[in-house]
Ligand binder design. Structure first.
Ligand SMILES: [Zn+2]
Length: 149
């Protein structure tokens, strides 16, 4: 199964890139996007960042990798991280399970058709009166051997 992990590949290729997550650590999109984030990618950086499930730090680059774990293992890691970091505060058991389902849909199931080695960025921002926009950006697609940004 494929997962998103932190990578230093392509770091610095885009203005404002940063990575505080060791390469290879599982990453996902969680937390809250602040209102400073803009649709052009400017702002504080939270809308461009993936969070590391172990370090809880941020990176703007994530790589699609096959790992010898399964979805249940990934869900257990996400659950542990959400509890330890207090992101789960205010969610009852059903709410927490629903949140992890939602994360699995967009950060696990959504990447299964991408080739290993694909590098993704993120662009998220809030619009008045609408749900948060939160897109994965294709930064590198290995089968085409092309740099997309
Ligand atoms: Zn922010």
């Amino acid at each position: 199964m494929k997962f998103l992990v932190s990578t230093n590949d392509l770091q610095g290729k885009e203005r404002g890139d940063f990575s505080w997550v060791p390469p290879g650590e599982l990453v996902a999109r969680y937390g809250i996007i602040c209102d400073a984030e803009k649709s052009d990618g400017t702002g504080c950086g939270c809308g461009r960042a993936f969070g590391g499930l172990v370090t809880n730090r941020s990176t703007t680059t994530a790589k699609v990798m096959e790992l010898p774990i399964d979805e249940a293992g990934w869900r257990a890691e996400v659950h542990r991280m959400l509890q330890e970091t207090d992101w789960a505060r205010g969610l009852n058991l059903v709410g927490l399970a629903n949140y992890i389902d939602w994360m699995a849909g967009r950060d696990l199931h959504a990447i299964q058709d991408l080739p290993t080695g694909t590098i993704l960025g993120r662009r998220a921002w809030n619009e008045e009166g609408k749900p948060c926009v939160d897109d994965l950006l294709l930064r590198y697609r290995p089968e085409a051997n092309s740099w997309l940004d």
